[in-house]
Design a protein around this ligand. Structure first.
Ligand code: SF4
Ligand code: SF4
Ligand code: SF4
Length: 366
């Protein structure tokens, strides 16, 4: 038996009905040597057989894309039915899905509720912020449609969080975004820096510094009033200060052991590295989840530590950040200055929060 196994499955590959100009996965898929399409039943069944035969202590399955709902509701029903039939060892299975919300209707919401999905809904802020990059392929706003999806999820009692991409514009709009999300009752938030070397428009360290500080101020003011808004990066810092492991692999210091499964069955080590060079094999291989040389190298590369990190007073908290943000032989994080400035600014207050929580009660994101 092995420990928990985490899979990120892309049932519809990079297919998506939106045309967000910052979409990194569309660019990754375009450079790859694989045909687009929805995952065949045979691929899904083989994947499940391989995974369940490993008898992990728990199985975490996140569906992502592109837009994973484009595989269709019946695809998910068959997949879930397959789990129910094949999981004779009763391995606990946690399900989540990341969606742009365009196709969410009562049927989808019922399925999510029935199977306990945690849903991540992509929304960058209010209409002006969301419409800057998140548009359909004809350049039309999808803002109202995303809000309608949130309403449906609420109506059916589905747990969901909001995922926002941080750009050089939206980072400076955090006050407005935070107020808007709160007003709408969105209390579980995650902000992901936009990093794409291909466009040269990645979030700058200056913009990230502004965001980290201002976001923390807003969060802390609410915390002091007894109003805890869950913001994933802050929750994880508090966890680390409480001596608990972060749940976000980007904050662990080394790449996490999770696997991405593309629609054609290809296996990759990380969503940001679904490229031919990092392909670990396919679910049709006899043992696709056994450690390979490619995977070992990927993981050990992430363990390299820059001299400034080794000597840094914030090393235990920061851990050098996500490998995809590292330059200089994969050691120096491009957001180092932002992290340092943020810790200088907020560490005392984060410690105050951590001390005020009962042991083992790091809050928020799962
Ligand atoms: S919704 Fe997601 S997958 Fe689709 S274009 Fe936008 S960023 Fe890309
Ligand atoms: S590159 Fe970042 S997101 Fe990917 S596995 Fe490594 S730490 Fe996690
Ligand atoms: S703040 Fe900079 S030097 Fe310190 S651990 Fe983080 S990336 Fe390394």
């Amino acid at each position: 038996m092995r420990n928990e196994l985490s899979l990120l499955i892309k049932p519809a590959g990079a297919l998506c009905d939106l045309g967000c100009s910052y979409c990194f996965y569309r660019r990754i898929a375009a450079d790859r040597d694989t045909a687009p399409g929805v995952m065949q039943d045979e691929t899904a069944e083989t994947l499940l057989e391989r995974v369940l035969s490993l008898r992990p202590a728990a199985l975490s399955i996140a569906f992502q894309g592109g837009e994973p709902t484009l595989a269709g509701l019946s695809w998910y029903r068959r997949f879930l039915q397959n789990i129910a039939e094949k999981n004779t060892a009763k391995i606990p299975v946690n399900l989540s899905i990341q969606t742009n919300g365009m196709h969410i209707n009562d049927d989808w919401a019922r399925l999510f509720k029935e199977h306990g999905f945690l849903v991540g809904l992509s929304l960058d802020g209010d209409k002006a912020t969301n419409d800057r990059f998140r548009l359909d392929k004809n350049g039309n706003s999808v803002y109202e449609c995303t809000l309608a999806a949130a309403e449906l999820l609420n109506k059916h009692g589905v747990e969901f969080n909001i995922l926002s991409v941080l750009t050089n514009e939206s980072a400076y709009e955090i006050e407005r975004t935070y107020a808007d999300f709160k007003r709408r009752g969105f209390r579980f938030l995650q902000f992901i820096p936009f990093v794409d070397e291909g466009t040269g428009q990645s979030l700058t360290s200056e913009a990230y510094t502004f965001f980290l500080k201002r976001c923390f101020d807003l969060w802390y003011a609410d915390f002091q009033k007894g109003d805890y808004i869950s913001i994933r990066h802050i929750d994880n810092y508090i966890r680390i200060l409480l001596g608990e492991p972060p749940e976000n692999c980007a904050m662990c210091g080394v790449c996490g052991r999770y696997y991405v499964i593309e629609a054609d069955g290809s296996v990759y080590p990380c969503d940001f590295y679904c490229k031919d060079t990092y392909r670990l094999g396919t679910v049709f291989d006899p043992a696709p989840f056994d450690e390979s040389e490619t995977h070992r190298t990927f993981l050990t590369d992430s363990c390299r530590i820059h001299a400034s990190c080794a000597a840094c007073k914030y090393a235990a908290l920061c851990r050098g950040g996500c490998r995809r943000d590292r330059t200089d032989e994969l050691t120096k994080n491009k957001y180092c200055e932002a992290y340092r400035a943020f810790f200088d600014y907020a560490l005392e207050r984060m410690l105050t929060v951590a001390r005020s929580l009962p042991e083992g009660e790091g809050k928020g994101s799962e």
